[in-house]
Design a protein around this ligand. Structure first.
Ligand SMILES: Cc1cc2nc3c(=O)[nH]c(=O)nc-3n(C[C@H](O)[C@H](O)[C@H](O)COP(=O)(O)O)c2cc1C
Length: 202
């Protein structure tokens, strides 16, 4: 698919058919995400792929699927045949930036980071997962959970890794669109500032 078509087609899909997803497609999606940029090439991102129905159900509960359903959405989380839990390790960044070519120490503590790049890199990997899913003719969504400690426990995610959320992957089914979309997308001249920050309209 042309890149611009992938971008145009991408949206958070919140319902899936029961058609299974080809494991080879999932592998290609993950291979794309592996190519995500990372500060200092720290590569602190990791992915837990879940296809087991009972574990997906458990994840859906931890992500409060009943609240979505109560709000008129489909049970899209448990229904998605594939979950990819995106994780990142701050500690790998602190270790990497303690190496000699990265100054050998000052950036080895979290408080020294003007921007915590581990979150940035997790977002970059997330975006690649979403786009790669579209490129495979699949649909994807993303959601958080307010119960990360239990999510970590259920998936045996090690202490130093933090899940940032769950990517749902599957074949798109008709879904209820998010109420947030009523906000519309901000026009380009409102989000872009040229040469210096300008308040629009001037
Ligand atoms: C960091 C992040 C967190 C999000 N969390 C949720 C979530 O918990 N539940 C959900 O249904 N959608 C979630 N979304 C999806 C947004 O609502 C969605 O991206 C936004 O409304 C724009 O719609 P679109 O992605 O379909 O273009 C999240 C998106 C991002 C980037």
């Amino acid at each position: 698919m042309e890149f611009r078509d992938v971008i145009r087609h991408r949206r958070m899909v919140r319902n899936y058919t029961d058609e299974p997803v080809d494991p080879a497609a999932v592998d290609r999606i993950l291979e794309t995400a592996r190519r995500a940029p990372s500060a200092g090439h720290s590569q602190g991102q990791a992915f837990v792929v879940v296809t087991d129905a009972a574990i997906r159900q458990h994840i859906a509960e931890l992500a409060d699927e009943p609240a979505y359903v109560a709000n008129g959405f489909d049970p899209w989380i448990s229904r998605a045949p594939v979950h990819i839990v995106v994780c990142v390790s701050k500690h790998l960044y602190l270790e990497r930036y303690s190496e000699p070519d990265k100054g050998g120490g000052p950036m080895g503590v979290e408080s020294a980071w003007p921007v915590p790049y581990w979150w940035v890199d997790a977002g970059a990997a997330l975006m690649l997962l979403l786009l790669a899913a579209v490129d495979e003719g699949l649909a994807a969504g993303f959601l958080g959970s307010h119960n990360m400690p239990d999510l970590k426990r259920v998936l045996s995610i090690p202490e130093h890794m933090d899940p940032i959320g769950i990517v749902t992957v599957g074949h798109a089914a008709p879904d209820r669109r998010s109420g947030s979309l009523g906000r519309g997308r901000r026009p380009l001249d409102e989000v872009v500032h040229r040469d210096r920050w300008r308040v629009h309209p001037e």
